[in-house]
Write a protein that binds this ligand. Structure first.
Ligand code: 5RP
Length: 235
């Protein structure tokens, strides 16, 4: 499965593979979204085929659900599973306190709900995702389509009193059309460069009418497994 991989794919693969050590027979596992999480899903599929691992997966997007079914993972909904033993997902950024920026793939809402409904969340990431201060990666905010331009203006206005650098937002596009999430919403990407107080920013943004959720994951992640291009892994 890991044939001839580029350094970046090697890093993602080894992080995903190592995270599988935390998965035990019978567990209900939240399955993240993105290219690193896709490696996890493939690794779990291999463990099911080769080692007879039995797990139930709760995917965080239609993309992940499709891949999980393809590799033989039994898939159920969060409503069916109710509570999960573990969620394993990628991230766009993580800092020393294990706070995250997520949503580069547009699945932040389901990802946050699923991770919050889990005993433990493990992030798998290549080393480039590690940052001293969050914010270089644009912060995704999921908003309802109705009145999104007003929501955008309110988000930008709310930043003036906060410890951030930058205040521009852009509507995420899919070609010429607004990107649409699995929940039928849009994504605003907030270009901040630096987020001084992530907890405060998350609270302020989520109070704005029209905002469904933001991509800051505060006090949710328990462990980060970091993969390197040379195949080494740090936990
Ligand atoms: C999707 C996410 C992803 O986990 C994040 O974007 C990282 O993706 P990748 O593993 O492809 O770098 O939050 O909404």
């Amino acid at each position: 499965m890991s044939g001839h991989l580029s350094p970046i794919d090697t890093a993602k693969f080894v992080a995903a593979k190592r995270a599988c050590d935390y998965v035990e027979d019978g567990m209900r596992v939240g399955l993240g979204t993105g290219s690193t999480a896709a490696w996890l899903v493939r690794c779990l599929g291999e463990m099911i085929q080769k080692d007879g691992l039995r797990i139930t997966g709760v995917p965080t997007s239609t993309r992940t659900a499709e891949l999980a079914r393809q590799v033989g993972i039994t898939v159920t909904s969060l409503d069916e599973a109710r509570w999960l033993d573990l969620t394993i997902d990628g991230a766009d950024e993580f800092d020393a306190e294990l706070n995250l920026v997520k949503g580069g793939g547009g699945a932040l809402l389901q990802e946050k709900i699923v991770a919050t409904a889990s005993d433990r969340m493990i992030v798998i990431a290549d080393k480039s995702k590690q940052v001293e201060t969050l914010g270089a990666f644009p912060l995704p905010i999921e908003v309802v389509p109705f009145g999104w331009q007003t929501t955008k203006a309110l988000v930008e206005e709310s930043l003036s009193s906060l410890d951030v650098l930058g205040d521009s937002t852009s509507l995420r596009l899919n070609g010429d059309m607004p990107f649409v999430t699995d929940e039928g919403n849009h994504i605003l990407d907030l270009h901040l460069k630096r987020i001084g107080n992530a907890r405060q920013l998350a609270l302020v943004i989520n109070q704005i009418p029209g905002v469904v959720e933001n991509g800051l994951f505060i006090d949710i992640c328990d462990i980060v497994v970091i993969g390197h291009g040379n195949g080494k892994v740090e936990v």
